[in-house]
Design a protein around this ligand. Sequence first.
Ligand code: MN
Length: 244
Amino acid sequence: MEDRRAFFKKIGILGLTGIASKLVSNEQLNALETFGNEGLQNAPFTLPTLPYNYNALEPFIDQQTMTIHHTKHHQAYVDKLNKAIENMGGKFVLEEAFKTISKAEPAVRNNGGGHYNHSLFWQLMKPNPSSKENKPSGKLAESILKDFKSFDEFKKEFSEKSAKIFGSGWCWLIEQDGKLKITTTPNQDNPLMDVVTEKGKPVLALDIWEHAYYLKYQNKRADYIANWWNIVNWEKAEELFLLK
Ligand code: MN
């Protein structure tokens, strides 16, 4: 089992850490008290590299969508987040900030969520050129069976909730008090934020913004969702599920 912080550092959400953190004064750290002080990290945040090529998720997600989504949309969240926190002394931990995000300015909530959610989303997909059946295994599969009766029931509920999101948002599989649950959030909110009703540990995330599918699927959101199951990275989802 891996420590949460090590995991997120590895996948790039925490950005650069180390030397620069020693250059920040106590005064600056105190100014960040609202955001907690455990495992403080330094801005600027950076765009994480995708763990595959832009065309690797074809035919389920096309190269142009992946390129624009990553280099334009995600990059914009990173840039705007860095701008929003630039007066905070370069010390910032997203997961801590989410706990009291209702007190932060909207730019931090929207772009912090945007950066975090997309960083997870890229990791939670993987190429599947053979389009062979793609299912979870191990402990996560066991818990899905326990909490949703069957994998098909789980898929059905997740797909339906994704399809029903009004406007832009995300669909999540979360662990809440030891139980798996499917939830949705509007805009770039996520289950770690104090503003959402259903809080929990993210295990799986699906981007339901039109920018995630419109070039290939236009208004056919249900087709995007149905195809997405082919490229879910269940190994990564299980890693998230097993994190403390
Ligand atoms: Mn997106």
